[in-house]
Each structure stands twice: as C-alpha cells, then as structure tokens.
Design a binder for this molecule. Structure first.
Ligand code: SAM
Length: 249
C-alpha cells in the first residue's frame, strides 16, 4: 500500500526478484492508496490536529485500500483465507533483522503499508496494522524503500527464488556470525593472492578456515553478534588467543 506504486514495481521488477515474479514463485501488487480516497480532489492527506509542521495521511483511503486488498485475497484463497499481517514501515518500529526475514518468509501473504509526509493518522494504524517495523534509526521521506528492502530480504528466502540454494543457507547472520571472505578468479590481483587453502581442494581444511574467518570477522566488525554465537569450547579457547591481537579484516 503506497502513494508511489511505480517506485516499487520499477525497482523490484528487475534482477532476481523480477525473475522470481516471472516464474510465479512470488507475487507483488503495488496498490495505490490514492485510488481509494473519497475526496473529489483525490487528496489523501490533511493538516495535523493540534498544529505542527507537515501533513498527515488520512485514515479513510488507507483503511478502504486495506479492505479491498483483503477481499482480493479472500477471493483468491476462498474460505481458508486468514487475515494477512500488515507491516507498517516506520522509524518507530522494531528494527528489521535476518531472523525476522526468515519468520516472515513463512507467511502466505504480507501487506506492507508505506507512509509519507509526517506519517499516518494513528487510528488507521490501530485498526489495521499488526507489526511496526523500522529499517534503522534514521528518518527517510517515505516507507517505499524500507518496504523494498524487506521484500527483497524476505523473497530471497522463498524456496526456488535463488538458483543456488546454498547461497541463502550459508551467509552472514547464520548462527550470529558474519560470512567468511569470498574470492574468485584470478588467483592473483594487484599483487594480492587468494589464500592458499582455498586452492588446495581440501574440503575439511577449507571449511575450518572459513569458520575461523567468520569468527574473527564477527569479532572485529560485530562483537555484539559474536556474544550470541554458538562457539565450541575449542573455538572459544582459540579465540582467546586473538584477544590482544589488533587486526584488520
Ligand atoms: N514523523 C514520523 C516520525 O517521526 O516517526 C516520520 C515520518 S517519515 C518522514 C515518513 C514515512 O517514511 C513514515 O511514515 C514511514 O513509512 C517511512 N519511514 C521513514 N523512516 C523510516 C525507517 N527508518 N524505517 C521504516 N520506515 C521509515
């Protein structure tokens, strides 16, 4: 639900998400809230009660737009249709993270509500929103980019969307660790060689090296994550040896 549907369809209609839509693995409908306003001038916003700067999006077009979407879903799914979760993109929400993406990827239908201007009349939020989600502690001009970020992160977890299933299974945030460094051809670039172990063909050694790199990288860049990672006793011992080492990864 947006005032700028073309922004969403243009951006998400390309690349991996676009291909997934073409293959019918996911569906995306950017619905224009303005189509549901009862105002003869097609207005969807008004001045805030109590004064103050900016405009506020009105409840009526948003709630009517939501009802129309629900009816569409019911027609499609028949009696088994459940009320879909409605996610309001807002800097006041819980900050989005990978676990949330994994959880939302299990849902059949999701509705994203994009605000603009000073935000949305609180009554509409009370009536239809189930989740308040932020993409970070900063304020943007609208909810479209946050919605696209969420849609991208969630869609790539839907089975079949990525060609190589492994690439979604072993990457940053898995077990609260960041991914190890990746290399591709050539073996040497600007005097920098690919780590020898990756050329060895020795799978166990490669796995061990990658695990170590993940742990070290997380320690350096995201120590907050590392404290929640599950490390074996051996790994914890090994990590202690790095405690006083200053390194740049
Ligand atoms: N006045 C609101 C406040 O202080 O909470 C901010 C409104 S913001 C200018 C306009 C819209 O952008 C919001 O309704 C929301 O949909 C979206 N938005 C802005 N920052 C966001 C963020 N960090 N995460 C998610 N959505 C955001």
């Amino acid at each position: 639900m947006t005032l700028f549907p073309e922004m969403i369809t243009n951006a998400l209609g390309t690349s991996i998400i676009g291909r997934a839509m073409e293959h019918g693995l996911i569906g995306l409908h950017a619905v224009n809230i303005r189509d549901y306003t009862l105002d003869k001038h097609k207005r969807v916003d008004d001045y805030p009660y109590g004064g103050g700067a900016g405009m506020v999006m009105q409840a009526q077009p948003i709630c009517d737009c939501y009802q129309a979407i629900r009816e569409e879903i019911s027609k499609k799914q028949g009696r088994k249709a459940r009320s879909p979760r409605v996610i309001y993109l807002t800097p006041q929400g819980q900050v989005f993270h990978q676990k949330m993406a994994e959880e939302l990827a299990q849902e059949e239908e999701l509705i994203f509500l994009c605000g603009h201007y000073e935000g949305i009349d609180e009554r509409a939020l009370e009536l239809i929103v189930t989740d308040h989600v932020s993409i970070g502690d900063y304020v943007l001009t609208g909810g479209e980019m946050p919605a696209m970020i969420m849609i991208d992160a969630i869609s790539r977890l839907v089975p079949g969307v990525l060609n190589n299933k492994e690439s979604a299974e072993f990457e940053s945030f898995q077990d609260n660790l960041l991914e190890y460094p990746q290399y591709t051809r050539p073996e040497e670039y600007e005097g920098k060689r690919v780590p020898e172990v990756l050329l060895s063909g020795h799978h166990a050694k490669i796995e061990a090296w990658r695990r170590e790199q993940s742990i070290l990288r997380t320690k350096e860049r995201r120590p907050d994550l590392l404290s929640q990672a599950k490390l074996s006793e051996k790994e914890q011992e090994w990590l202690k040896r790095w405690e006083d080492v200053d390194f740049v990864l």
